[in-house]
Design a protein around this ligand. Structure first.
Ligand SMILES: [Zn+2]
Length: 142
């Protein structure tokens, strides 16, 4: 019932990246478009208590390792019940990824509608939060 996530797979090393990009981040090899299932495990998550204007506080973000191999930063309605390793569903809405704890999909959907056309801003927030999480030393290995 979850939508597939558009992604790219490297023809040389098999790395999967979402959103789709024309070339592998690791080396200049072309990538083929693939769709991966929107299910994965939480690798790390954080909550911003001072989100930019226009967003409700707190703002919840999670780094999710999809079953298809890609890692995504996702915006979510909450992190209650979320821990590292939690199974979540991920959907892409206007180039922004949203996670929801399996079983709480309906609530998440309501939240997405509210996010509306602020998608671009959300993407920017997710990027800056991403840097923060990486710097904190999650590492992970890409
Ligand atoms: Zn590659």
């Amino acid at each position: 019932m979850t939508e597939a996530i558009p992604a790219s797979r490297c023809l040389r090393c098999g790395r999967v990246v979402a959103p789709p990009v024309p070339f592998c981040p690791d080396h200049p090899a072309p990538m083929e478009p693939v769709s991966i299932d929107g299910y994965g495990d939480v690798v790390s998550f954080t909550t911003l208590h001072s989100p930019p204007e226009g967003f409700r506080s707190p703002l919840h973000l999670a780094l999710v390792a999809l079953d298809g191999g890609a890692r995504l930063f996702c915006h979510g309605a909450g992190t209650r019940g979320i821990r590292v390793g939690s199974r979540v569903a991920v959907e892409a809405v206007d180039q922004v990824y949203y996670f929801s704890h399996l079983g709480l999909l309906d609530r998440a959907r309501l939240f997405w509608h509210r996010a509306g056309d602020r998608g671009e801003t959300v993407a920017a927030i997710v990027k800056s939060a991403a840097k923060r999480i990486w710097r904190r030393g999650d590492g992970g290995g890409t």
